[in-house]
Design a protein around this ligand. Structure first.
Ligand SMILES: NC(=O)c1ccc[n+]([C@@H]2O[C@H](COP(=O)([O-])OP(=O)(O)OC[C@H]3O[C@@H](n4cnc5c(N)ncnc54)[C@H](OP(=O)(O)O)[C@@H]3O)[C@@H](O)[C@H]2O)c1
Length: 284
């Protein structure tokens, strides 16, 4: 029996992609998992395969009362929660003015408010246990954003800063927080999980339209392997000091390096302008 076999995971959006790959690997590693999905039928085969290690609940992360209920049911299943993975999410592609307001609100409700609801429901449990690990799926769009991903990337970037604050607030209680920043991985993300803007405004063809073309071109050929991503996530969940940011795949790692360099260069270029805004220190 492994040292981690007592742990209980809670995963949102487990029907496909990263979520399902994680459920499978957690089961294979001998740990227990509460897997949630909008359609629990998608996990019926795994329930048959591992009835002692898996509980499945229907959950749409935008329904806050249901989130509270399901997190409580999850804790009751085996008396504890150790790793909570905010994985459920989907893309919204188009220029900001091409989206309808309901499209924007739905995307923020899922990608930003969903993880906030789940964390708020799990925090009292983690605090009482004096342990727990939130693993929140962010995206390369939050490292630096693309034309066409304003709301999706904005939601993920906001989730990053919420997570950073939660980490600072809860570290004294033994709670850990990790952001996962994947580049393009071969899941259903560019397929059924990428919603198009309700209207197309022709001049945006050269910017957000071009980015959609890029995504469509790489669909099915994304360099990232979701099974390997799941293995990396399980592996960092076992670290005494897990990373705050886990950047997955060469694409996102290269992008992060470029972004850090560009940001440092810009800071240096505009440093004198920024420094000149402080009060002049009194002459001593
Ligand atoms: N694959 C990539 O290249 C990539 C890159 C960066 C970040 N990500 C992030 O990775 C996460 C997982 O995506 P994936 O790549 O594994 O794509 P996926 O296979 O399409 O999985 C997305 C999952 O999110 C679920 N979901 C969407 N809205 C939901 C809601 N309101 N409530 C509950 N579940 C909901 C979907 O459930 P249904 O089956 O019910 O639709 C599905 O299980 C997302 O947060 C995504 O933003 C993916």
């Amino acid at each position: 029996m492994s040292a981690f076999s007592e742990r209980v995971w809670f995963i949102t959006g487990s029907s496909s992609g990263f979520g399902r790959a994680l459920v499978e690997q957690v089961i294979a590693s001998g740990e227990r998992v509460v897997a949630t999905a909008r359609n629990p039928e998608t996990l019926a085969d795994l329930e048959l395969r591992a009835p002692d290690q898996l509980r499945v609940f229907a959950l749409d992360v935008t329904e806050v009362a249901r989130v509270t209920e399901v997190v409580a049911l999850a804790k009751d299943a085996w008396g504890r929660l150790d790793v909570v993975v905010n994985n459920a999410g989907y893309g919204l592609i188009g220029a900001l003015e091409e989206y309808s307001l309901p499209q924007i609100e739905r995307n923020l409700a899922t990608n930003l408010m969903g993880p906030i609801h789940v964390m708020r429901a799990a925090l009292p449990i983690f605090r009482a246990q004096k342990s727990g690990h939130f693993i929140n799926l962010s995206a390369a769009a939050a490292i630096s954003n693309y034309a066409g991903f304003s709301v999706y990337g904005g939601a993920k970037a906001a989730l990053e800063l919420v997570s950073e604050s939660v980490r600072a607030e809860t570290a004294p209680f033994g709670i850990k927080v990790t952001l996962v920043e994947p580049g393009p991985f071969r899941t259903d993300f560019i397929g059924r999980s990428l919603e198009r803007a309700d209207q197309q405004i022709e001049p945006y063809a050269a910017t957000s339209g071009k980015f959609l073309g890029f995504l469509e071109k790489i669909n099915g050929r994304q360099p990232g392997d979701p099974d390997r991503a799941a293995a990396a996530i399980v592996s960092v969940s076992r670290e005494a000091n897990p990373p705050f940011r886990l950047v997955l795949g060469k694409y996102a790692i290269d992008k992060t390096r470029r972004q850090l360099t560009a940001r440092g260069n810009e800071l240096n270029t505009w440093e004198a302008t920024g420094l000149a805004t402080d009060f002049t220190p009194p002459a001593s």
